[in-house]
Design a protein around this ligand. Sequence first.
Ligand code: ZN
Length: 700
Amino acid sequence: MMVTTNLPENPLLIGKGLPPFDAIKPEEVVPAMTQLLAEVEKDFQTLETTVKPTWTGLVEPLQQISERLSWSWGIVGHLMGVKNSPELRSAYETVQPQVVQFWNNFSQSKSIYEAFKSLKNSAEWETFEPAQQRIINAAILDAELSGVGLEGEQKDRFNAIQLELAELSTKFGNNVLDATKAFSLTLTTKEEVDGLPPSLLSLAAQAARSELEENATPENGPWRITLDFPSYVPFLQHSTRRDLREKLYKAFISRASSGEFNNWSFIDRILELRQEKAALLGFNNYAELSLASKMAPNVDAVEGLLEELRVASYDTARQELEDLKAFAASKNAPEAYVFKHWDVSFWSERQREEKFNFSAEELRPYFPLPQVLEGLFSLAKRLFNVTITPADGLAPIWQEDVRYFQVADETGNAIAFFYLDPYSRPAEKRGGAWMGECIVRAKIMDEGTEKTRLPVAYLVCNQTPPIDGKPSLMTFMEVTTLFHEFGHGLQHLLTKVDYAGASGINNIEWDAVELPSQFMENWCYDRVTLLGMAKHYETGETLPEHYYQKLWDAKNYMSGSGMLRQLNFSFLDIELHSRYQPGGKETPIDVRNRIAAKTTILPPLPEDSFLCAFGHIFAGGYAAGYYSYKWAEVLSADAFGAFEEVGLENEDAIAATGERFRDTVLGLGGSLHPMEVFKAFRGRQPSTKPLLRHNGFAIA
Ligand code: ZN
């Protein structure tokens, strides 16, 4: 029988399958989204009144509504990242507020929340698989954390707090930006720019051209140094003018701490409101609220882990500073005996140059993209027994050099697909690298029959495109970035979960979600993997041994200081959101000093106002969550440790361990608590030892 399907005229309304990228135009976004929002709002209102506390009467219809919107809006979001244009941006901004509003109503619906709670108390609950129970629990928790369980005055107060917190975090972030912008150092003589690399001179001359002197040149100045990272960091690393380094450093650490952009008063207010919000929701403090949806069970567990890492890295960090002073002394630098904060970057760069005398550029010829991909795919075969082959032409693409690949299992059956958009296109593509979901694996009904919908991922990088007939030549950092994103991709693609709400990376606690990505980075240092793919693109010569050795040594350069710095931020964040009492005897500065006493080697200067620029926790989503970076790193290092233990040269054992990793970490995704997933792979709780060993620290 012929089935004729009437495809909608607007390609953004097709609602399933691969996005027809070749047919989508920016002018179709507003009409499509307007129509779609009206439809899903209507469907959602109907569901709110007719909902039944059963899997098929609640979870499935809810999933269908959410997927209908995500299919279209996901495509628009993806194009915003890779094919931006003024037309697309204005269309996006037109409909975005309505989409956000819809999702808010969606997650805060009282009748849906009540239905979820009844479902959890129903007889059906016991028949559910763990994945289904996790999806229901997550929906309940999510609704509760957005205040759905509150009534009357408490509800009003909660909403008022949410509103004020949103405003404060925007103001906090804006103050950091404005204070950063308000300072600059204009240099006019060659003596003042002594030591600066050509790239910084160009940047500084460009900054001068746009603000003060249209004839500024990299050679003759004037040069404008700012507190933006691309200017600030290399200046401290390379300027031989110690007085200017001091000036810039002091300006940096006092950003947003006085005058019109003063964030001090916001800090206590934000902490106070978060504390009140947590209390309304029944938590003792804000850290408990934050951890309610994370893998870490409680503040003690977080602090226990941080303390283990602190004890292990402190002496190394102290020694690194002593070595740095000795190095400066060996170069007859007078500051070796009065070493200050603004000397650290400068001397660590000098020492780095002397120890690992090579530049990132030198290695590029050894890493042409096609070879790196071959290396990556053969690693996927070696570890997870999957075969990745080109499938270009099977999917519409948004840009001519985007690739499409198929992932097949050991029997040759396709189990997943992914796009790869590797090259930088500054005019239309966002910077950085990321993995995005295009299609999520799930069992679905399609025209009356049950099918497994295969997952599809977007892998997006920003590396140098091929030029002058040469392939894209990558830096080692670009290689590790690709491996990292591929790791996220693997978890999306190799999932075995059939419920969209918990398949792939869905429903994974965010302090655990970086496990597979950081895990894959480790393989860039594995001899077999690295030397298998690092071959000169013209001569075919394998990466020389001395480079391999330097890559290894450079990996752990100043690792104690780097670790301690992250621990300082993490401890401070947890302390301010748990024990600290806003308006009490101790001030945030006191807390900062108390934490610094155990987590810094050079104590902060009295005027150090780093907290006023700590946007991660006061303007971003990392409040009582900064520790997540280290938490996930412990998991990923320990997972890699399982492969090291069986011997990286022992192919049979590597394959067996890889299969177990695929079946647990990659396969189970968000269907089980991440601690259970981890234990299923490792046979025990996570240990910090592999991370300490990888960083070159002594292990007690
Ligand atoms: Zn990541």
